[in-house]
Design a protein around this ligand. Structure first.
Ligand SMILES: Nc1nc2c(c(=O)[nH]1)N[C@H]1C(S)=C(S)[C@@H](COP(=O)(O)OP(=O)(O)OC[C@H]3O[C@@H](n4cnc5c(=O)[nH]c(N)nc54)[C@H](O)[C@@H]3O)O[C@H]1N2
Ligand SMILES: Nc1nc2c(c(=O)[nH]1)N[C@H]1C(S)=C(S)[C@@H](COP(=O)(O)OP(=O)(O)OC[C@H]3O[C@@H](n4cnc5c(=O)[nH]c(N)nc54)[C@H](O)[C@@H]3O)O[C@H]1N2
Ligand code: SF4
Ligand SMILES: [Mo]
Length: 901
């Protein structure tokens, strides 16, 4: 085993430090880095399973170009890069720089991001570079700029430990930022109170002292009501407001006019008045309040106003710039923050400077010595793909993101790619829903191979360090960009020896004409983003860089908390209250589309599953796309739990399994964002999402689309396990997950084949003299089971039934670990039953130790366990990463409710 390399988790914005090792066979093991201040050794289940995602299966290892017949041909780097550079040059020559565009990602490293932004804005002269951060953080960015004058996150993680009250707004922290949630849980144990504001009762709510299940989209009224309440009750830091803010009267006028009466607010938000007042009083009573917010706030047509209405309450009460207090926009992606630092959004420049500010343009252009600089903001993500569809953008380079899955109105995005003259995709996997439409595919280095920096939610810059060799011909994203830039004639400006050279240039730019002036006619512009202390790092020092929070002073020390001196980044040094008006979402439900579609994440998958989808451990938790809905709505829609349903909006449709129990209010449904054409027949929820955006930030309304749910009638349901992948053509419904030694398919068919046995044999490819075929059929109930063995080893099995109540999947997985099946196993297979009563552990709850729900429930019952710690003591479940503790709490509560009933 080689020595461990200290690096950073590539998933969420918590930014956990990871110690990673690869052995000679390439097997990777990871553990949390005890020395890293983001996590002090802890990892959530996604981080803990990283070692299962680094194999090369499905990786894009060589550049490819698309042939006229739609197939891909492997080419050398020179041919691929020439093709990209020629295409971009020709398009710019004929149609101007705004006919080309880049769509990049908060999962790129800061160094990658810096060079692509420099190429577009400073050398090609277009600001048509936007990023998936538009879908994620842009409302928070816009709100920070309005309130503070710059995109600044005031708090640090330590503030959570010091808080007396933590308010989570539109954030399923337990599942999406689990290691931060563990900090919140510890703060709670030390006496802090926790309030969750979310239309759903999520896993996060299991730990809450108070949950406000607000009507989707009504947050602005809630916080305007709070502002008004605080003011009425004298909870105001008048000294702070006078000395350091501006705009209170206008904000207060709007707030009290529309939300001055808590009874009215409770009605608009759809919550009990007593609960609303309980929240307002909690907020009023505690000095040290952290309000953490994420996509329930940002992904809304009033996302920027939601965030500002919340920030207003912190400004009024002076709860900012102090230990344990402040608004906290937690970042989604591992480098959402780094992307913002280098100005990756279409309306930003670099180093927190703005495109629309002539002084900023002058500073950046002088620093880059660039021939030109984009003068106008470029197209924001949704508008960018509209422009592609309409032919205004003719060459598009997509890097590290999968827009055919993740953008709203995603079928239209696919149409746009089909209409585009040149689509270039840099990715680590060969085939995604997006790269299926690329003309050129460029293989990028992935996590464990690439080198650079990322910045976490609390402004902490950490190194991602390589510990695996570059596979195939894959290259670092920064290098691919520079290779193209050189071909476009910008060799000198893009002649970097490596990520170190790029990083120090970025650090120098943050310090350039920041504070200091000179007598050369070039003005200065003050920015809080200042990495001056890192600008002189030499390469060994960069390689050894310890995690540090910006601003970084000249002595290299970081800054945990901002605004402690009461100085904000607006020219007058004051923060701004923003008068925010409540606005209902643009599209309201109606008779045709009576339900509100909310979309979001599940615990163990990451986005479009290109990496987490490889891990058997992660697949066990929730293995299929679902639509979570209230039983009343299911009844009204004519669908039943466990059966399949079509979810339809004005923009598109998908098929998923109906589920209850997700804490959904009537009138709402929830669908996870992860599944796509690589893992399911028809489960891209993005196809349904309305393409409306926040007018200030351009962030899409992902949490609110009117839909209807209707039955997806099928003749039979089934599932199969197989050691190799099975063909899916002709199946009415299929989904796919990867197990330890098998692929698992859930399937359904609209038409029942005349001879199920013959169909199954063909599907599982049971031909050959060495094939042993076991089968059982009950024509009356429509049940069919079969297994294919070779040399007594299980190769595949299939279970079909006219009804969706098929046998449990978990115990079958075990059979694939056996070299041979004995008579008892064969009998069980055909009977469709686990060999013994507790042979079926049920669906995975604890992914780290593979502990299933049935096992946990039995232990809770038999051993009268009443805390998650008790469950851990008996079964280990919950004892590693802790991600399943909220679910353990739920199972304990359910068991108690049952025993009392
Ligand atoms: N497991 C996992 N973790 C992840 C990711 C992942 O893919 N998987 N992705 C990462 C990324 S990029 C991001 S951006 C973050 C996102 O992290 P979160 O924002 O926590 O996750 P979401 O599930 O998108 O949505 C959060 C909650 O907003 C609620 N919500 C919907 N509408 C409203 C509303 O009108 N008001 C309020 N107050 N709440 C509402 C939803 O019910 C949902 O529970 O997660 C990061 N972490
Ligand atoms: N309906 C709905 N849609 C949403 C959201 C929602 O809540 N609801 N949330 C939105 C949010 S917040 C986000 S952040 C987006 C995320 O959506 P996407 O960014 O589209 O999702 P990912 O699967 O993370 O895409 C990353 C891609 O980059 C590739 N990749 C991984 N590492 C590298 C690398 O080092 N280099 C390169 N070049 N490629 C790499 C991966 O294989 C993958 O194809 O989804 C948005 N879409
Ligand atoms: S909380 Fe989990 S996914 Fe997020 S950075 Fe830490 S280990 Fe990675
Ligand atoms: Mo995100």
């Amino acid at each position: 085993m080689r020595e461990a390399v200290a690096t950073t988790c590539p998933y969420c914005g918590v930014g956990c430090g990871v110690l990673a090792r690869a052995d000679a066979t390439g097997t990777v093991s990871v553990e949390g880095d005890p020395a890293h201040a983001s996590n002090f050794g802890r990892l959530c289940v996604k981080g803990a399973a990283l070692g299962e995602t680094t194999d090369l299966r499905g990786r894009l290892l060589h550049p490819q170009v698309r042939e006229p017949d739609g197939t891909y041909r492997r080419v050398g780097w020179d041919e691929a890069l020439d093709r990209v550079a020629d295409g971009f040059r020709r398009t710019i020559d004929q149609h101007g720089p705004d006919a080309v565009a880049f769509y990049v990602s908060g999962q790129l490293l800061t160094e990658d991001y810096y060079v692509v932004n420099k190429l577009a804005k400073g050398y090609l002269g277009t600001a048509n570079i936007d990023t998936n951060s538009r879908l994620c953080m842009s409302s928070a960015v816009a709100a920070h700029k309005r309130a503070f004058g710059e995109d600044l996150v005031p708090v640090c993680y330590e503030d959570l430990a010091q808080a007396e009250l933590v308010v989570l707004v539109g954030s399923n922290t337990a599942w999406c930022h689990p290691v931060v949630f563990q900090r919140i849980t510890r703060a709670k144990e030390a006496g802090a109170k926790l309030v969750v504001i979310d239309p759903r009762f999520t896993a996060t709510c299991e730990s809450a002292d108070l949950h406000l299940p607000i009507k989707p989209g009504t947050d602005v009224w809630l916080f305007n009501g709070l502002l008004s309440f605080l003011f009425q009750h004298g909870v105001m830091d008048a000294g702070f407001v006078d000395a350091h803010t501006d705009g209170l009267n206008a904000a207060l006028a709007v707030a009290s006019a529309e939300a001055g009466d808590p009874a009215v607010v409770a009605c608009i938000c759809g919550v009990q008045l007593a609960d609303l007042l309980a929240f307002y009083r909690l907020f009023a009573r505690h000095e040290r309040v952290v309000s953490l917010f994420s996509q329930g706030v940002n992904q809304s047509t009033s996302g920027t106003d939601k965030a500002n209405s919340l920030i207003n309450c912190h400004l009024l009460s002076g709860r900012i710039g102090k230990p344990g207090a402040g608004p906290f926009s937690i970042t989604g992606q591992p480098n959402a923050m780094g992307g913002r630092e280098v100005g990756g959004l279409a309306n930003m420049l670099a180093a927190h400077m703005d495109l629309h500010d002539p002084v900023h343009r002058q500073i950046v252009q002088a620093f880059w010595s660039s021939p030109r600089i984009a003068a106008e903001p470029g197209l924001k993500a949704v508008a960018l793909f509209d422009a592609v569809l309409e032919g205004r953008v003719k060459a598009l380079w997509i890097m590290g993101t999968n827009p055919v899955v993740s953008l709203p109105d995603a079928d239209r995005v696919r149409q746009a790619l089909l209409a585009c003259d040149l689509v270039v995709c840099s990715d680590i996997v060969e085939c995604t829903d997006t790269s299926a439409h690329a003309h050129v595919r460029l293989p990028a280095l992935g996590w464990g191979e690439k080198s650079g920096t990322v910045t976490s939610s609390e402004r902490r810059i950490s190194r991602q360090r390589p510990f695996l060799p570059a596979p195939g011909e894959a290259r670092a994203d920064w290098r691919i960009v520079c290779d193209v830039a050189k071909r476009l004639g910008f060799a000198e400006a893009f002649d970097y020896a490596g990520p170190h050279a790029i990083f120090v240039e970025h650090a120098r730019l943050t310090a350039f004409r920041n504070h200091e002036t000179a007598n050369d006619g070039l003005p200065a512009a003050w920015r809080q983003l200042h990495l001056g202390g890192l600008a002189a790092l030499d390469e060994p020092a960069y390689d050894a860089l310890a995690p540090v929070q910006w601003p970084v002073r000249d002595d290299g020390s970081g800054t945990a908390r901002l605004f402690e001196d009461g100085r904000y980044a607006h020219a007058d040094g004051r923060a701004r209250f923003v008068a925010a008006c409540g606005r209902p979402p643009v599209h309201a439900p109606d008779r045709e589309y009576p339900l509100v579609l909310n979309t979001g994440r599940v615990r163990d998958q990451w986005h479009t599953m290109t990496r987490t989808g490889k891990s058997p451990r992660l697949a066990g938790h929730l293995g299929e796309p679902f639509v979570d809905m209230h039983p009343h709505d299911a009844l009204r829609s004519g669908v039943r739990e466990g059966e399949l349903a079509r979810v339809v909006s004005n923009w598109g449709a998908m098929v998923a399994r109906v589920r209850h129990g997700g804490g959904i209010l009537t009138g709402n449904v929830f669908v996870p964002i992860h599944w796509n054409a690589q893992f399911a027949s028809d489960a891209r929820v993005g196809a349904l999402v309305n393409p409306v955006v926040d007018p200030v930030s351009g962030q899409p309304e992902f949490k609110h689309t009117p839909v209807r749910v209707e039955p997806f009638p099928v003749r039979w349901y089934g599932f199969a396990f197989a050691r190799r992948m099975l063909p899916v053509a002709g199946l009415s419904y299929w989904t796919l997950i990867r197990g330890e030694q098998f692929w698992r398919y859930e399937i359904a068919q609209r038409e029942q084949p005349k001879d199920g046995g013959a169909w199954a044999r063909t599907w599982l490819d049971a031909a050959g003299a060495d094939a042993e075929w076991l089968e059982y059929e009950d024509a009356d109930t429509g049940i069919y089971r079969a297994a294919l063995l070779r040399d007594a080893r299980l190769e595949a099995c299939v279970f079909l039934s006219a009804r969706p109540d098929l046998p449990s999947r978990r115990w079958l997985a075990r059979l694939f670990g056996q070299a041979q099946l004995g008579d008892a196993d064969r009998a069980c297979l055909l009977a469709g039953e686990a060999p013994d009563a507790d042979g079926d552990p049920g669906p995975v709850v604890c992914a780290c130790f593979g502990v299933g729900r049935n096992t946990i429930c039995a232990a809770i019952r038999e051993k009268s366990l009443d805390t998650p710690a008790g469950v851990t003591a008996v079964l280990r479940a919950g004892g590693n990463c802790g991600s399943c503790i909220p679910e353990l709490q739920r199972l304990i509560a359910d068991a108690h409710a049952e025993s009392e009933a």
